[in-house]
Design a protein around this ligand. Structure first.
Ligand code: ADP
Ligand code: MG
Ligand code: ZN
Length: 628
């Protein structure tokens, strides 16, 4: 739109120039430039009536007869409106010119050089024109990337539309689970009629969750590419504009556009920028975000999936999203796009290695082993870096040497960002997680281990042991809670047994264990000393789950200092007893602890069944059985 206004402005300038030009031809004088000697001759022949002398130029007006003569010979064109002839000649250093003119009775005058006009032009008009030109170029450039000055306040959404993304699932390596889950969506986008006929309800919104660089954006594009549908994308931060109301208008536009193009995909990248829980932050600028978020929620509610539009969104901080966004009918399906394990990394390396010339000595398996914690983006970067190094060294292929060097460079960069572990840290994490898993398999009431991983996830957690419950639970017995505490303490216990020292990695475990113990004492009346009383008020100050203070911390206390002391003592005792129990369990499993943690260092991920096989526990059924 701003292009238009520029055009019309230039158009007017151009029109003026053309008018001046035509006028000059029609009405202006006919100028004849002659050599100085010819001019002298003309004066001698009496054909010059008057002369205007300036520093460099002689401007002479010839006599009427001379002009008529020219006219007759056709030297002045017939269409000239004004038969006005001027003869000019460049002035030669001639001190006798004045006396010569005087002697031939030619009227003459000197002309002051009219410099102000040219000065004005060169010092004012020209710079202004240049500045204006530069300015318009810059703003046109900016208009492509960020908001141009002229587009502020207009509601046109900066929707990036790709008719065909050209990305397929082959370009996304490693994320097999995520791909599997997205296949249904692709089927739907390909054949919406089928689903419309049967009438099943598909998820409207799917949230891709995972650390940065794991391929969320890539996956979203691949879904569009596989289904051959248009891909409308917008970034959450694009919505956050200066003026209130712009974001909401953009959301409306986005959904209108999508409806026109159905079947298609709407992709909202970095949705956390606009979907932050309302009330978090609390500074200025929130109004706008809230309005935008509300508009998004409203559009999603009023939207019918049957039209063939699927909304994908990506975030690496799902925990700060407004709960309203995750409710049924909105982004109610979440797909984890996690950091790749060693096999995933190898697959990703393979995808990107195709783009460069690799020497035969490059073993991607070895590279994958050397790059724990790397995400897809890091691996793509690694290959690129290696290729650049090879070029710098004048090689025609990338060899193992460059790959190793590139790893070192990227690791150095990532270490600054605290995203990779060194060998010692990796060992500690492996032992720690094995400890959790061993205790989980040894106590009678814990959920079976589903997976152990030492691939770092997000900030804080370095590895994880995933336990999947075998059934839905609504009640828990004291024994079950104690076992839960034991599993949580297993990590620290293993560290202490193996290294005779403990790291800071167990802080979150301890917090959670203490929390459970405190609840047992204060809310569930499970303490022998304090007996069957509850000290917790059941009304939570805020509706946000997980946000309420622990009993006895935030709300008004309803018990004495002495009781508080007793509660603390009880909690301490539960934890201490559990810890002693955990260490005992682990001591008897010392060999398993070493064996499993070593395998974990090597492989990074262990599935539950493999783990049980290693510790000689083929089946989980007897132990995971729960007594009600
Ligand atoms: P995210 O959106 O999760 O931050 P991107 O999708 O933008 O990550 O990934 C950035 C780049 O990293 C991609 O363009 C791709 O080159 C590379 N990449 C990331 N994950 C993968 C993967 N699983 N397979 C292949 N390449 C990947
Ligand atoms: Mg992204
Ligand atoms: Zn732990």
């Amino acid at each position: 739109m701003d292009k238009r206004t520029h055009f019309s402005l230039w158009y007017i300038v151009f029109a003026f120039l053309v008018m001046f030009f035509i006028q000059g031809i029609l009405y202006g004088p006919n100028i004849e430039t002659v050599p100085y000697s010819d001019f002298i001759n003309l004066v001698k022949q009496g054909k010059i009536e008057k002369v205007l002398l300036s520093d460099k130029l002689i401007t002479a007006t010839p006599t009427k007869e001379y002009v008529e003569g020219l006219e007759k010979s056709g030297k002045i064109p017939k269409w000239k409106m004004k038969k006005h002839q001027i003869i000019t000649s460049v002035r030669v250093q001639d001190p006798q010119l004045i006396s010569f003119l005087l002697s031939h009775n030619v009227r003459f005058a000197a002309k002051l050089e009219n410099k102000w006009l040219s000065e004005f032009f060169f010092s004012w008009v020209l710079p202004l024109i240049l500045l204006f030109g530069l300015w318009s170029v810059i703003f046109r450039k900016m208009g492509q990337g960020g908001p141009g000055l002229l587009s502020i306040g207009k509601s046109k959404a900066k929707v990036y539309e790709e008719k065909e993304t050209g990305v397929t699932f082959e370009d996304v390596a490693g994320q097999d689970e995520a791909k599997e889950e997205l296949k249904e969506i692709i089927e739907f986008l390909k054949y919406p009629e089928r689903y419309q006929n049967i009438g099943g309800r598909l998820p409207k919104g799917i949230l891709l969750v995972g650390p940065p660089g794991t391929g969320k954006t890539l996956l979203a594009k691949a879904v569009a590419g596989e289904a051959h549908v248009p891909f409308l994308s917008i970034s959450g931060s694009d919505f956050v504009e200066m003026f209130v109301g712009v974001g909401a208008a953009r959301v409306r536009d986005l959904f209108n556009e999508a409806e026109k193009r159905a079947p298609c995909i709407i992709f909202i990248d970095e949705i956390d920028a606009l979907g932050k829980a309302r009330g978090i932050g609390g500074l200025a600028g929130n109004d706008e975000r809230e309005q935008t978020l509300n508009q998004l929620l409203a559009e999603m509610d009023g939207f019918d999936t049957k039209k063939g539009v699927i909304i994908l969104a990506a975030t690496n901080r799902p925990e700060i999203l407004d709960p309203a966004l995750l409710r049924a009918g909105r982004f109610d399906r979440q797909i984890l796009v996690d950091r790749p394990d060693i096999l995933g990394r190898e697959a990703i390396l393979k995808v990107h290695a195709k783009k460069v010339k690799m020497a035969d000595d490059v073993d991607l398996k070895v590279i994958a082993k050397r790059t724990p914690g790397f995400v897809g983006a890091d691996l793509a970067n690694l290959i690129n870096e290696a290729a650049l190094l090879a070029v710098r060294k004048g090689k025609d292929k990338v060899t193992m040497e460059e790959m190793e060097e590139a790893i070192d460079r990227i690791v150095a960069g990532l270490e600054k960002k605290k995203r990779v572990m060194n060998k010692k840290e990796k060992e500690i994490v492996a032992v720690h997680e094995t400890g959790h898993a061993l205790v989980a398999e040894s106590v009678p009431n814990a959920d079976p281990v589903h997976r152990i991983s030492i691939i770092p996830r997000g900030i804080g957690a370095l590895g994880y042991t995933l336990q999947l419950p075998t059934e839905d639970r609504y009640l828990m017995t004291k024994e079950e809670l104690l076992d839960k505490i034991a599993v949580l303490l297993g990590g620290r216990g293993a560290e202490e047994i193996t290294f005779k020292e403990i790291s800071t990695g167990a802080q979150n475990d301890l917090e959670r264990a203490t929390d459970i113990a405190r609840r047992m004492v204060m809310s569930y009346g499970m303490s022998e000393k304090l007996g069957l009383v509850t000290f917790e008020k059941s009304s939570h100050p805020t509706f946000l789950e997980g946000n309420y203070p622990l009993p006895g911390q935030g709300g008004g206390k309803e018990f004495s200092e002495k009781t508080a002391y007793m509660i603390d003592e009880e909690v301490k005792e539960i934890i201490q007893k559990s810890y002693a129990r955990v260490k005992e369990i682990l001591e008897t499993h010392r060999d398993d602890l070493r064996k499993v943690s070593e395998t974990l260092m090597e492989r990074e991920v262990l599935e539950g069944d493999e783990f049980r096989k290693m510790i000689g526990k083929e089946t989980t059924s007897e132990n995971s059985k729960k007594e009600e």
